[in-house]
Ligand binder design. Structure first.
Ligand code: NDP
Length: 303
């Protein structure tokens, strides 16, 4: 959402490719804001509700990609973007493509390079919201790639969500989105593991959720302190919880004693043990970051 501008958003013609749950929500929001919208979907019959609200429906993707100045793809995965657009790429030459399909950063960069080869202005986007949130301030969409495209179409983007531009590297939006989702899913896995532990003695997941949610929420205050240590690079600075103190062997053992698979917590313990084994036991817990970074550098070839 745009929060500071006083000018009304410009009405922009948009083609939306892909009418799944998310694509339909994006198209519906634009119609609600008065933007002219053309829609296309691989499987016919998904445009009916949007057409009733004023959308034009294109039968062929070739027709869709030339119908409006801004083309937005919200398909399933990276291959579906090529499957849809490769056959009509000549119609896309000189036009603007915003790809909101979830991809990895490498896939987003591949699409940006592909687009550049056909003189297509390309902006990648990553949606941090569920369809019902589209058009609410809690929805976030990250963008990276062409800055002129981002600036030109802010009126459209701000109709959908709180927009953030993450730079010209088309992979950055996806990278940040997936990194945030990594934290979310591991937190959920931690909750599922904890629920299974207490569930082994009959406590309901609902009761456990009520007990643990405020605690987890309070713990997020610690992220900034860990970040300061990581960015400063001094894991010996005073005031940190040491890796030795953070040894989670007892937690893994307790899980096993309850007959609960310890995989999520055992993974954390593996990272801690690796640092203790390397002689850093008296240093701060945030040093786990170094284990992960070393792994990334080894697989990507970066120092
Ligand atoms: P859906 O499964 O509801 O819809 C998938 C869409 O992709 C359909 O329009 C489908 O067309 C189309 N599609 C799939 N494969 C192809 C293909 N090979 N060629 C052409 N079209 C294809 O998914 P969503 O709408 O929920 O998600 C769309 C994108 O948004 C995904 O990348 C998803 O990760 C992302 N997203 C979704 C969120 C959500 O909560 N839903 C949250 C954040 C991101 P057809 O009808 O013909 O099968």
């Amino acid at each position: 959402m745009r929060t500071t501008s006083t000018t009304p958003p410009a009405r922009t013609g948009v083609t939306l490719l892909g009418l799944g749950a998310m694509g339909s929500a994006l198209a519906a929001r634009l119609l609600g804001e008065g933007h002219p919208v053309t829609v296309w979907n691989r499987t016919p019959g998904r445009a009916t509700a949007l057409v009733e609200r004023g959308a034009e429906s294109a039968d062929a993707v070739a027709e869709a990609v030339t119908a409006r100045p801004l083309i937005v793809a919200c398909l399933l995965r990276h291959p579906s973007v090529h499957e849809t657009l490769d056959p009509v790429v000549d119609g896309l030459r000189g036009r603007t493509l915003v790809n909101l399909t979830t991809t990895t950063p490498v896939e987003a960069r591949e699409l940006a390079a592909w687009a550049a080869g056909y003189d297509i202005a390309y902006l990648d986007g990553a949606i941090l919201a569920v369809p019902a949130m589209i058009g609410t301030p809690g929805a976030q969409i990250f963008y990276s790639g062409s800055q002129p495209v981002y600036e030109r179409y802010r009126g459209v983007f701000d109709a959908w969500a709180t927009s953030t531009y993450d730079g010209r590297d088309a992979g950055m939006a996806s990278l940040i989105d997936l990194a945030m989702l990594s934290g979310m899913y591991q937190m959920f896995a931690g909750f599922f593991h904890g629920a299974a532990m207490v569930g082994s003695e009959g406590m309901t997941a609902a009761r456990f959720a009520a007990r643990t949610a405020p605690f987890l929420s309070a713990m997020t205050n610690g992220l900034a302190a860990h970040a300061r240590v990581i960015d400063g690079g001094d894991y010996t600075a005073p005031g940190q919880q040491s890796l030795e103190f953070s040894d989670l062997s007892h937690l893994v053992r307790a899980s096993e004693e309850q007959g609960v698979d310890p995989t999520p917590i055992a993974a954390v313990q593996t990272l801690i043990s690796r640092q203790i084994g390397a002689g850093h036991g008296s240093e701060g817990l945030a040093r786990v970051y170094e284990s992960l970074r070393a792994e990334a550098a080894a697989t990507s070839g970066h120092a």
